[in-house]
Write a protein that binds this ligand. Sequence first.
Ligand code: ACM
Ligand code: ZN
Length: 452
Amino acid sequence: AMACSGMYASANETGAPSDVIPKPAEVVMNRGFYNLPDGGVTYFIKGNADAAVRSLLEQGPVNAGAAKKMSSANIRVEIGDDADAEGYTLEVTPKYISIKAAGARVAYYGLQTLLQMTDGGRVRQIACCRISDEPRFSYRGVHFDVSRHFRSLDFLKKQVDAMAELKLNRMHLHLTDGAGWRMEIDSYPRLTSYAAWRPQARWTDWAKEGASYCDGPGAGAYGGYYTKEQMRELIDYAAKRNITVIPEIEMPGHSHEVVAAYPELGCEIDGPVEDFCPGKEATYEFLTRVLDEVIEVFPSEYIHIGGDEAGKAAWHKCPDCRRRMDAEGLNNVEELQSYLIKRIEKHINAKGRRMIGWDEILEGGVAPNATVMSWRGTEGGRKAMAEGHDVIMTPGEFCYLDYSQDAPFREPISIGGYTPLEKVYSYEPVEADMSDDEARHLLGVQGNLWSE
Ligand code: ACM
Ligand code: ZN
């Protein structure tokens, strides 16, 4: 790819593998160019193309139409029957462009590579080359915090489109947090009639002015939520672009909005309560009923249960928490948290799904089948991998997309930190001292876009 920029003087008008993000695994540059005809690009598919491949060809930036046979098509696609295959080859010759993929999913990625080289259809001349590509990791995620800043369904679809171009395949939705509950749950209507709304639009104003909620929608109520039908629409839209949407329901911390709507789920103490009470049986009834409704809507293998930053202070004082700790032989509040997470994992596994949690779920003993999402550096992830757990790396230093990209006074509101694009892109999740046995448990990486 480096040779290319030196070889072609008019590189900005010639599409080449060096334009492709992420960088393809293997590239050989060849002599000459292929010019996509201005009068209409044609394609032919041999094998099982799914609707995603066809619509990307026909409605994507080159607006290709079907050719009658392979030998007359500009873009020639051959697809095998291996639905799980990851690799494809893309060959640009002076006479045609060929994409060979073992299955429809990777054919889609081969096409995305080609379309990136056209810069949205604008660049018609593509350098001759042969690309052999496959992803290093099966999990390639982006996380969106729609609690602190509610986003429209159209906004999320736009992110899905951008993710698909970059071969990202997991959209993690942070659907619940103190700043607002965002998914319709039939069993608990106050989550969306009350906990989804707040008097202040800006999260910072809201936090400063008492972090309260209000009935909504209506004048003076900021917020919103997704209906189940809207979630299904997004899931379907994403699936057509090879993206799985993973829901996150936060527990036992970051749950201020829930205990505001249903105070009986918080601890019995004097003073403010922001987390679930892991002592009360009502908490487990709430969480399992909510998760059942979430699982019914989201087909994703993984369900994210949060698990980060629970305050735990109230648990020391709460009689229900004390009773639970005595009854279950739990030595401290970390073990009490672990008790809750393990119980929840059992429920999720019984429904045939797998649980992900932020790395705090390691504290007090990790649930037996849990996948760990490492955000406080990579230490938690390393520990989990050593214990045989699957891991997704998303260390703040590299992967928090809400950090500043530039000097703070030139930037919109951010939480601090500094992650310019170059630093994000430089992240190497396989650390030098990681054994193959450990690295086998590294499912992939994720960028986290928190709000405000
Ligand atoms: C997190 O940033 N609290 C996961
Ligand atoms: Zn309690």
